[in-house]
Design a protein around this ligand. Structure first.
Ligand SMILES: [Fe+2]
Length: 453
């Protein structure tokens, strides 16, 4: 494998298949990649001496003894061991990036909430200073639950790096293009794509085309995995080959640098004299990836009724209870609606899970007005919700021809835990105070006459 020089200044391996430059296809594969020839030891992990004077180091994403189908680790061969990439720590404040438990007794999380898109500040914001937590659930200290954030990023991190010991980060861009320069390679993302950054992975975030806005699900628990398809079979929904993991890339650069670590909900800063993105070669199955949501193959009703939204699950992060996710990541994309004699939008319901939605672009069928691109909504645990008056009347009286829902892409972070609003979400973010009024005009239609519809 030869080396090339990536735009960000990292030495990058070429794609082994030459299909998508810089990425390897597959979800959770046992990958191997090297940015210099023969940098990767073959047949063993810890040779007495590694080529090029590299240090061998394992990054364990699961307990050593996790079952084989869940066990994830990656062997890195790097210029310096990670212990040289941190020094003494100093606590810093990033007050708008909150972690669970974060329950403010003065804030009412019980309610149906919706927000307009959060506007960018005039001050430049990085990945760290531009993160705004909307909700938290569970407990970061016991590694259960999640947080939802909106990022508002206008400035690249320069000689600054970050990792979260608390969480896996699922990034859902809504505006602008970003580059994640990680220890294990480079990922570029744009709207309609997502990126997944594993717990403990060091990276720097650069703005390719700003301003950048999007959503983050910070997963405190077990990693995201592909949902079981059950009777659907071996294909459709999210297919493993459409996930792309970057090839190795490294930089050998000495410069005063800062590494920020999120650990048990607190932020810590440490100063070093070089870039920590120095992994020349690696192999393993614990790695970042990206996924193009446009490759998600939706499956749905082809005769009547509206299936549960779990049919649109892209990724699921299990909890300890079988079939009850710590987090489901669910996608509502363009698709055909063909069900006969059916109320086609989502039905009215109450749910033991709590549902946080975001609009990437277009119009969501259950809320034709008010849920706008960049906006979010929260329907918390056991709070009733469903179509607004406009959606109900339209869908109840529509001439049910085959119809394609177009110009639409929304998503849901659904968790088994109640979500608590942050002070920012309740007081500073553009909350739509009148959201609940979208159901106000729904009138009683009951008529006890036999045969009446
Ligand atoms: Fe719902």
């Amino acid at each position: 494998m030869t080396t090339s020089f990536a735009p960000s200044g990292l030495h990058q391996a070429t794609s082994p298949l030459g299909t998508t430059a810089g990425y390897m296809p597959g979800f959770g594969n046992d990958f191997e990649t090297e940015a210099l020839p023969d940098a990767l030891p073959q047949g063993m992990n810890s040779p007495q001496k590694v080529n090029y004077g590299l240090y061998g180091e394992q990054l364990s994403g699961t307990a050593f003894t996790a079952p084989s189908h869940q066990n994830e680790r990656t062997w890195c061969y790097r210029i310096r061991p990670s212990v040289k990439h941190t020094h003494r720590f100093q606590k810093i404040d990033l007050p708008l990036w909150a972690s669970a438990p974060n329950v403010d007794p003065d804030i009412i999380s019980l309610g149906q909430y919706r927000w307009d898109p959060i506007e960018h500040s005039k001050e430049p914001r990085t990945w760290l200073t531009g993160m705004r937590t909307m909700t938290t659930a569970g407990d970061v200290n016991t590694q259960v639950g999640m947080a939802s954030h909106v990022y508002l990023v206008t400035q690249s991190m320069v000689d600054a790096y970050f990792y979260s010991a608390d969480s896996e980060m699922l990034v859902v861009p809504q505006e602008g293009r970003m580059r994640f320069c990680t220890e294990l390679g480079i990922i570029d993302v744009e709207p309609q794509e997502i990126a997944i950054l594993p717990r403990g992975l060091v990276y720097r975030v650069e703005v390719l085309d700003g301003p950048c806005r999007g959503f983050v699900c910070e997963n405190y628990g077990q990693k995201f995995e592909l949902p079981g398809r059950g009777p659907i079979g071996a294909n459709c929904m999210a297919n493993p080959r459409d996930f792309k993991t970057p090839v190795a890339a490294f930089e050998d650069r000495d410069a005063p640098s800062t590494v920020t670590v999120k650990w048990c909900g607190q932020f810590h800063e440490t100063k070093i004299g070089h870039s920590p993105l120095d992994v020349v070669a690696w192999h393993g199955n614990y790695a970042p990836c990206k996924y193009d949501l446009r490759t998600y193959c939706p499956v749905g009703a082809i005769l009547f009724d509206h299936p549960d939204p779990s049919i649109f699950t892209v990724l699921t992060a299990p909890s300890g209870v079988e079939g009850t996710a710590n987090i489901d990541f669910v996608l509502f994309r363009d698709r055909w609606m063909v069900a006969e004699d059916t109320f086609r939008p989502p039905w009215y319901h109450k749910n033991v899970m709590s549902e946080l939605m975001g609009n990437i672009f277009g119009i969501y069928d259950a809320k034709p007005k008010g849920f706008i691109p960049g906006g979010m909504s929260l329907h918390n645990m056991m709070l009733p919700h469903g179509p607004d008056k406009i959606a109900f009347e339209g869908a109840s009286n529509a001439d049910l021809q085959a119809e394609k829902l177009e110009n639409t892409m929304s998503f849901m972070f659904e968790t088994r835990f109640p979500q608590h609003l942050t002070s920012f979400a309740a007081k500073d973010a553009p909350l739509q105070d009148d959201y609940i009024d979208c159901w106000a005009d729904i009138e009683k239609k009951f008529d006890g006459t036999p045969g009446k519809k």
